[in-house]
Design a protein around this ligand. Structure first.
Ligand SMILES: [Zn+2]
Length: 525
C-alpha cells in the first residue's frame, strides 16, 4: 500500500485560531498525543528566544517519541543579507529539530505589494536559505506560501520558485493555499502540473485552509494528483475558518482512498485523541464533527434505526469502531418500542411491553409540546423510570415564590422562598441569587442538602434558553437545557413551559433527581 504522511501544524497554524493558547507543557502533551496517533511530522513553531519557546523546545528535545519528527518553523532569509548572517535562520539551525520548515513567497502580487522584493531576489532568498539549512545538516520542508493564487496569476514564476527550492535541497515542497481561496479542481490541476515538473525529484505536500469550506476536499484532491504529505491541524483549528482538518483527512485517506497512514489500532484511537485535544485546547467538542462527533453515527428516525439493525451499511458510511466512535440511537418520537427498550437497557432499567408502549406515547406527547431529549438524556432516563416504576422523587413541592426587585439606584436583587417536604420532613427556606433561577436553585438545595448532603457537589455548568415559536398554536414556549456535573459525570436535562421560571425549575429538578436515582449502570449523558 502506498503511504501518505501527516504533517500536523496544530502548534503553529492551529494556535492562530480564536482563543487558542497552550503552555509549553500542554504543547508537549499535544505532541505526545499526536505521536501516539501515528502523525509522522509535527511542527512546533519558531524556536525563538522568548522563555515560553525555549521551554517548549527544551521539553520536546527530551521527549521519547515513537515515530514523529519535530519540525522547527521559520521564514526564508531577509532581503539584502546573506543566509549566514540571518539571525532567525541561525536560531532555526541551532534548534534540536531535525527538520526545518521554511516558508517563502511564490506569488508576484505579494512581492510587489507586500515585501517589495524583486522576483530574482526572491528566488535567491529561497535557494540561499534552504542551501544554508542543508549545509548545517537539516532536512528542509519548503512551504510555498500562496502557491495556488500565485500559480493562477503567473504559473511560470510560481513553478520557478518551487524549482529553486528543490534544487537547493528541500526534500518536500508543500503547496500552500494560504488564503483558502481554491476549489478542488484548481488544486488538482496545479498539483498535477507541479508533479509533472518536479514530482520525480521531491516529495510534494499540501497545506490548505478552509476559507471556502473545501479544506478536506482540497487536501484529498492534491493527494490524488501526487501529494504525499498532508499538512493540517487536529479538528481544523486555525485562524479565520481554520486549517485543513486532519481529523477528517486521516480516515478518508485510510478508509476511502486505501492509503496507509497509521495503523488500524491508531486509527481506532482517533475519537479519543481528538476529544482529549479539544479538552486540552479548551474547545467545545463539535457534536456534528465527521467521524468523531457525538452525532456522527447517531440515528433518530424509526426507519433509520430499523435499517441500521438490518444492516449498518444502510445508513452508516463507515463502521464507527474503525475511528473509535460508536453508534448512538437518539430518543425521538419517531423511535419505536425497540429503541426505547434499548435506551432503558443502557440505563439499567427493565421495561415490559406495556411500559415501553406508554413511554413511546409519553415521548410523542412531550415532543409535541417542545421537549427535545437528544441533548437531555438525563431527563429522558427519568421519563423511562417513571414508566418502569423505579422513579423515586427527591422531595415533594408545596410551593415556591421568586421575587425580583429593581431599586431606584439601578440595583437588582432576587430572592426565592420555597416550601418542600423531604422524607416526611417539611422545610421552609429562602435564598438570594444573582437571578431568579440561581436564587431558586439555592433555596431548593438549602432545603434538601440537610437530608442529601452529596447533592451540594452538583454544579450547573451550562444553562441554555431557547424561545420556540408559536409551533402548536399555544403562543411562544420556552425551552431550557441545563448541563450539570459532579466532577465525575456530566448530564443534561430539559424543561419546557410558557413560563421561563417554570421551564428552568423542571430542568433543575430533573438535574438533582437524576443524580439521586440509584443506578447500576450509567446512561451516557
Ligand atoms: Zn497556513
Amino acid at each position: 500500500m502506498e503511504q501518505v504522511k501527516l504533517y500536523d501544524t496544530t502548534l503553529r497554524d492551529g494556535m492562530q485560531g480564536e482563543g487558542m493558547s497552550l503552555s509549553a507543557s500542554e504543547k508537549a502533551r499535544v505532541v505526545q498525543a499526536l505521536d501516539k496517533l501515528g502523525v509522522q511530522m509535527i511542527e512546533a513553531g519558531f524556536p525563538s528566544s522568548n522563555p515560553k519557546e525555549v521551554e517548549l523546545f527544551e521539553q520536546l528535545a527530551e521527549l521519547r517519541l515513537e515515530q514523529a519528527t519535530i519540525c522547527a518553523f521559520g521564514m526564508t532569509r531577509r532581503r539584502d543579507a546573506s543566509a549566514e548572517d540571518d539571525p532567525a535562520l541561525a536560531t532555526l539551525v541551532g534548534s534540536f529539530a531535525p527538520v526545518v520548515t521554511l516558508v517563502g513567497k511564490t506569488w508576484s502580487l505579494h512581492l510587489e505589494k507586500v515585501t517589495k522584493v524583486s522576483r530574482e531576489e526572491n528566488l535567491a532568498m529561497v535557494a540561499d536559505s534552504i542551501a544554508f539549512c542543508r549545509a548545517q545538516g537539516k532536512r528542509v520542508v519548503y512551504d510555498a506560501e500562496h502557491f495556488f493564487d500565485g500559480y493562477r496569476d503567473d504559473p511560470g514564476y510560481a513553478l520557478e520558485c518551487l524549482q529553486a527550492a528543490a534544487e537547493a535541497g528541500a526534500e518536500n515542497l508543500a503547496l500552500c493555499d494560504t488564503n483558502g481561496s481554491s476549489l478542488p479542481d484548481q488544486i488538482a490541476a496545479a498539483t498535477a502540473a507541479v508533479a509533472a515538473r518536479l514530482g520525480e525529484r521531491v516529495e510534494l505536500g499540501i497545506h490548505v485552509h478552509d476559507d471556502a469550506g473545501c479544506g478536506v476536499a482540497n487536501s484529498l484532491a492534491a493527494v490524488r494528483e501526487g501529494a504525499r504529505t498532508v499538512q493540517g491541524t487536529i479538528n481544523g483549528y486555525g485562524e479565520r475558518c481554520g486549517n485543513a482538518n486532519l481529523t477528517s483527512i486521516l480516515p478518508a485517506l485510510q478508509l476511502k482512498l486505501g492509503f496507509e497512514v497509521v495503523s488500524a489500532e491508531q486509527l481506532a484511537s482517533l475519537t479519543e485523541t481528538v476529544h482529549f485535544l479539544d479538552e486540552l485546547c479548551n474547545v467545545t467538542q463539535n457534536p456534528d464533527a465527521p467521524y468523531v462527533g457525538r452525532n456522527a453515527f447517531a440515528h433518530k428516525g424509526g426507519m433509520h434505526v430499523a435499517g441500521i439493525e438490518a444492516d449498518a451499511r444502510t445508513f452508516e458510511h463507515i463502521d464507527p469502531a474503525l475511528v473509535g466512535n460508536q453508534r448512538n440511537v437518539l430518543p425521538s418520537e419517531l423511535s419505536g418500542k425497540a429503541t426505547i427498550r434499548d435506551q432503558a437497557e443502557r440505563a439499567g432499567l427493565e421495561l415490559d411491553d406495556a411500559a415501553a408502549a406508554r413511554a413511546v406515547e409519553r415521548l410523542k406527547e412531550r415532543e409535541h409540546r417542545g421537549y427535545h431529549y437528544e441533548a437531555a438524556p438525563a431527563s429522558f432516563e427519568l421519563l423511562l423510570r417513571r414508566e418502569a416504576g423505579t422513579y423515586q422523587p427527591l422531595f415533594r413541592l408545596e410551593s415556591f415564590r421568586v421575587v425580583v426587585e429593581k431599586h431606584a439606584g439601578g440595583e437588582v436583587t432576587t430572592e426565592a422562598t420555597i416550601k418542600v417536604e423531604v422524607d416526611g420532613q417539611r422545610y421552609f427556606r429562602a435564598a438570594e441569587g444573582n437571578g431568579p433561577v440561581n436564587a431558586l436553585d439555592r433555596a431548593l438545595r438549602a432545603a434538601i442538602v440537610d437530608r442529601y448532603p452529596h447533592l451540594a457537589d452538583i454544579e450547573l455548568t451550562n444553562y441554555k434558553v431557547r424561545i420556540l415559536d408559536e409551533a402548536h398554536g399555544t403562543g411562544a414556549v420556552t425551552r431550557v437545557l441545563l448541563d450539570s456535573a459532579d466532577g465525575e459525570r456530566e448530564w443534561g436535562t430539559i424543561g419546557v413551559s410558557e413560563n421561563i421560571i417554570e421551564a428552568s425549575w423542571q430542568a433543575l429538578v430533573d438535574s438533582l433527581e437524576y443524580a439521586f436515582q440509584p443506578r447500576p449502570e450509567r446512561l451516557r449523558a
